[in-house]
Ligand binder design. Structure first.
Ligand SMILES: Cc1cc2nc3c(=O)[nH]c(=O)nc-3n(C[C@H](O)[C@H](O)[C@H](O)COP(=O)(O)O)c2cc1C
Length: 180
C-alpha cells in the first residue's frame, strides 16, 4: 500500500479524548499552506479561516453558548470546551448553482487535505456541521458576511487513542459498468 493510501485508510475523525497539548497557530498555518493546494475550479480559492487558539477558546465558547437557548448552554459549553482549538472554515457562496457546487467540492477537497496532513502529525480533526453553523447569531459573532457560509467547525486536538474504524461498503456494491 502506498503512504497516501495508508494515511487515507488510517485517518479517523477524532471526536473526543483530546489530550492537554496546545494546537498552535503556527501548526495550523503550516497545515493550511499545504491543504490549499486542493483542486479548486476557476482558482476561486473559495475559503477563509478563523482560528480560535487556546488562549481565546474560553471567551469564544462563552460568546458562542450565548447563541443557544438557556437550557442548552451547559451542555454546549462542555461540548465546545473539549477540543484544544477550533478552526472555522468559511466558504464563499456563489449565487450560481454550478459555481456554488464547485466551491463546496473544493472546500471538501481542501478539508480532507487538512485532515490527512494533520493526521500525519498525530493531530486529530473532526469536521463538524452542527446546526449552529447556520445560525445568523453565530455568523454575526464570527463576522461571517452575506455571500459566505460556514462550511464547518474543525475541532482540533492531539489524542492518545485512535477510535475503531467504521466499516466502508465494499466498492463492488457501489460500482457498475455502463452497458453491462
Ligand atoms: C461534511 C461532513 C460533516 C460532518 N459533520 C459531523 C458532525 O457534525 N458531527 C460529527 O460528530 N462528525 C461529523 N463528521 C464526521 C463524520 O461523522 C465521520 O467522518 C464519519 O463518521 C466517518 O468516520 P471517520 O472520519 O473516522 O472515518 C462530518 C464529516 C463530513 C465529511
Amino acid at each position: 500500500m502506498t503512504n497516501i493510501a495508508k494515511t487515507i485508510r488510517e485517518r479517523r475523525s477524532i471526536k473526543a479524548g483530546y489530550i492537554d497539548k496546545e494546537v498552535t497557530q503556527e501548526t495550523v498555518l503550516s497545515l493550511l499552506e499545504d491543504a490549499v493546494w486542493a483542486p479548486n475550479h476557476g482558482l476561486r480559492e473559495p475559503w477563509r479561516f478563523i482560528f480560535v487558539p487556546a488562549d481565546e477558546k474560553e471567551g469564544f465558547v462563552e460568546d458562542l453558548v450565548k447563541t443557544f437557548p438557556p437550557d442548552m448552554r451547559d451542555n454546549r459549553r462542555n461540548y465546545f470546551s473539549q477540543p484544544a482549538a477550533i478552526l472555522v472554515v468559511v466558504m464563499t457562496e456563489d449565487p450560481r448553482q454550478k459555481q456554488w457546487d464547485e466551491n463546496f467540492g473544493a472546500i471538501g477537497a481542501m478539508i480532507q487535505n487538512f485532515q490527512l496532513l494533520a493526521w500525519e502529525q498525530q493531530l486529530g480533526v473532526v469536521w463538524k456541521t452542527n446546526p449552529h453553523i447556520y445560525d445568523p447569531k453565530v455568523h454575526e459573532l464570527l463576522g461571517v458576511e452575506k455571500g459566505e457560509k460556514i462550511a464547518g467547525f474543525l475541532h482540533l486536538g492531539y489524542f492518545d487513542e485512535v477510535p475503531p474504524a467504521k466499516k466502508r461498503t465494499p466498492i463492488e456494491d457501489k460500482f457498475s459498468v455502463y452497458g453491462k
